[in-house]
Design a protein around this ligand. Sequence first.
Ligand SMILES: Cc1ncc(C[n+]2csc(CCOP(=O)(O)OP(=O)(O)O)c2C)c(N)n1
Ligand SMILES: [Mg+2]
Length: 409
Amino acid sequence: MREPAPHNHPHGNALTLPQAKRYKPLSDTRTESGTMDRNQALALYRQMLLIRRFEERCAQLYVEGKIGGFLHLYIGQEAVGVGAISQTRADDYLIAYYRDHGYALARGADPRLLLAELCGKFTGISRGKGGSMHFYDIPAGNFGGDGIVGGHLPLAAGIGYGIRMRGTDQVCLCFFGDGAVNEGAFHETLNVSALWDLPVVYIIENNRYGMGTSIDRASSVKDLYQRASAYGVPRREVNGMDIVAVRSALGEAIDRARKEKRPTLIEAETYRYRGHSMSDPGKYRTKEEVESMMKSDPILLFGRRLMEQERFTQADLDAIDKDVLAQMEDAVTFTEQSPDPPVESLYEDVYVRSPYIHMKAAEKDPAWRAAIREDRVPASLPPWKPAAPPPAAPAAQPAEATASAGKAK
Ligand SMILES: Cc1ncc(C[n+]2csc(CCOP(=O)(O)OP(=O)(O)O)c2C)c(N)n1
Ligand SMILES: [Mg+2]
């Protein structure tokens, strides 16, 4: 019999972190060349600023108690969502995690409807029932935010599979955090996406932390995009603070998905300035670290680049800011004047759109029938077939058998 190996692990018994991820400076935007026209540059700058101002206002409203539940801010990460979505077509799809305000705005949602959603108003984009983490906008191809880390990745594969079945050349973007790459769903999804040639672009927003846990403490392979090599999925990392770099990486990946029906994994290196959510005291990182990352601010970097290229002056950029701030105040007024959801709306959007479900429920509760929205009643309702009568109750079991069956559970 072999002797047990002596306990001489090089790092001892304590949990040590021998390797830390080496990050490239995110303030360096020299490698990319800007090829967009003036109007496009203006629109991208404006969208990033709108997200920033929207969320700053949200933070205030949260403190005032006007927004309830969780609130995860995207501040610092705007270039990823805006850059990526700017490369999509109007009929493409996106699905995201709970830090989802920026994607909806970048996809063109009205900030008034989003703010109303955050305040639980009936005019909200999810009728006041989704809140911060669930900004759905199906007409815009936005399948919303998901609160379960990694939970929406299989759904993205499902959207990709749907595209394949319909035979169109649409693409789905799927956004998630660095924390999701250690979930089983990430691996299962990449595997089937490669196996079934799904036109989905998976985008890791590596902001260096999953709640208060740094990548170094959570991930054995620190270059997260390399995880895709296990599944033969094309991969790439990109400076997520540089909107031009994000656009170029996404342009390539979306092209591959559209033309070759192949998935891609992109790791966008970025940083969130605020806490994980509004209740995060942020004890896991220093003030100096946050301040140094803010020097690579995506809006600042893009604004500076536009001015260096002499396409815009500081006054042009200030005018955009003024306009965006006014748009936000308009959204606040709209939200304040919006009604709360009526009680009957509790019955809507609970189950899938099915006449059978609605009719069955209406039999039991007349309030349900009154709450069925017009658009939910099909032109010709299939005749309702009552369910088969339940099978006769089984003969009573002997007391002993019942007790042991209970134990086996
Ligand atoms: C399956 C699952 N586990 C744990 C949680 C609790 N949780 C919510 S957010 C989060 C951190 C995720 O971090 P990351 O994916 O890096 O995204 P980030 O918040 O940094 O944008 C955790 C652990 C959850 N929502 N779902
Ligand atoms: Mg993270």
